[in-house]
Design a protein around this ligand. Structure first.
Ligand SMILES: Nc1ncnc2c1ncn2[C@@H]1O[C@H](COP(=O)(O)OP(=O)(O)OP(=O)(O)O)[C@@H](O)[C@H]1O
Ligand SMILES: [Mg+2]
Length: 280
């Protein structure tokens, strides 16, 4: 469980806070998408969960963040890393080895996992991320999607109970993006791993996430089920957040008096078609 209470943070030397009075609880087993315009504070929010803030980036820190009961501020970041696995926005800077299996074994060795156990975890992580065939490949020769899978595998092998990923599909085409989210869904459903994923592609969040957090200039503008948050289409648009076309369709039916304003908002083309079908 992640508990964030009245958290504000300003990077040292910066005059304006990157996060302003954020309070939220992320229960175990959640699949949370975080979205918001560029500079809204998404990456910084992920940093307070994995301890990069305040242990690597310092600044003015107010409030509390607890991960599985441990106060991140006063907990050794290596201990936090056992609970929270992080895939950073710039994965190239995260990779330390040149070959896929070495990259996965590197973290395991660092955390002192015995050799037999490390081999079993390596095979498991490769299997879960569908990259068994890439085991001996040079990372520099991999596609963007394959690199992302490698980064997820390396983190997964450490068996964290929370995975924090910062725009894992940023450089990927739609098919590879969905594949990454399918892996996250599988990890969430089969192993109960809490997923916290920063993502700009709202359709992916509609399909895969249960909850949505929207940041606006460092503040938490919305936090709730994906459907509840998407009801606020006009406000989301003003925050620079996309929403599915199906929501517009729902809005136009409401404004024409064809459905009641309280009718559940549709968030996919299939749901919009079903809604239209019901009216015919
Ligand atoms: N290392 C840093 N030092 C000072 N200010 C920073 C630092 N990193 C980020 N900021 C500032 O903090 C605010 C939030 O940045 P953050 O990177 O968390 O936003 P973001 O939502 O992840 O943006 P993007 O979508 O561009 O990745 C911005 O105003 C940014 O300029
Ligand atoms: Mg960012």
């Amino acid at each position: 469980m992640i508990q964030i209470e009245k958290l504000s943070f300003s990077y040292s030397g910066s005059s304006s806070p990157a996060l302003k009075n954020i309070s939220m609880e992320i229960p175990d087993g959640e699949f949370l998408g975080i979205t918001g315009a560029s500079g809204a504070g998404k990456t910084t929010l992920s940093f307070v969960i994995n301890g990069v803030v305040p242990h690597y980036y310092r600044g003015e820190y107010y409030g509390n963040v607890r991960v599985n009961g441990n106060d991140v501020f006063s907990t050794d970041p290596c201990k936090v890393a056992l609970d929270v696995g992080s895939v950073f926005q710039d994965i190239d800077s995260q990779m330390t080895c040149s070959v896929v299996e070495d990259e996965i074994l590197f973290g395991l060795e660092n955390f002192g996992v015995p050799k037999d156990e490390a081999e079993a975890r390596l095979e498991w992580a490769l299997r879960e991320t569908g990259i068994e065939n890439l085991r001996s490949r040079e990372i520099s020769g991999l596609s963007g999607g394959q690199k992302q899978r490698t980064a997820v595998a390396a983190i997964l092998a450490l068996k964290p109970n929370i995975l924090v990923l910062d725009e894992p599909t940023g450089e990927l085409d739609p098919a590879s993006s969905r594949n990454i989210f399918r892996i996250l869904k599988e990890l969430n459903e089969s192993y109960g791993i809490t997923i916290v994923v920063i993502e700009q592609k709202i359709m992916l969040l509609c399909e895969f996430a249960r909850k949505l957090a929207v940041l606006d200039k460092g503040s938490l503008a919305f936090y709730g089920s994906v459907r509840d948050v998407l009801k606020n289409a006009d406000r989301l648009a003003s925050l620079g957040v996309n929403y599915p076309r199906a929501v517009d369709f729902h809005k136009s039916l409401v404004s024409r008096g064809m459905i009641a304003p309280g009718t559940e908002v549709c968030i996919s083309a299939e749901e919009a078609a079903a809604l239209a079908g019901g009216l015919l």
